[in-house]
Design a protein around this ligand. Sequence first.
Ligand SMILES: [Zn+2]
Length: 178
Amino acid sequence: MVIYVNELMEIKTQSPCPVCGESLYYIFYETKIAYEEEISIETYFCKRCLYKSNKISSQAGNEPKKINVTIQSREDLRIIIYRSSNGRLIIPEFGAEIEPGLESYGEITTVEAVLEKFLDKIDFMGKDEKNSEIFDEIREKILKNLKGDTEPFTVIIEDPSGKSRINSSKAIESSMEN
Ligand SMILES: [Zn+2]
């Protein structure tokens, strides 16, 4: 991940290092991370034992948005997706939904990796009598697509923070109202 540092501030504090007791340094900087907007990183750092504690927070507030892209070919499986920590990813054709995570960072992934992840999820959940047919059907569809025998489907990201991206000229962005 590429990180550009804009500004750096370093102050020696009165707080002792929890590991060795030496005074901690407080380091603050604002950066830009690829795909994300401005973020700030606050670190308490011990120069003696290298103990480190980080807090990362986001600066920019973007408009809520919805992005969708239709996957139509094997090449489309390589489209890169950045799903921010607030982004919900949906593939209606497969009944697939990836909820926003608890992690503070989003994830950079590809359509292919999303399909594989969802396939694992299906296998993990297993099946019972009631839903086995639907499971098998979806499983088959996903496997077919992974093998390059594409049956068009849609990848949608809904993101209240507006930070998620789909890196494709075919991606369509709209506001989240509709
Ligand atoms: Zn220390």
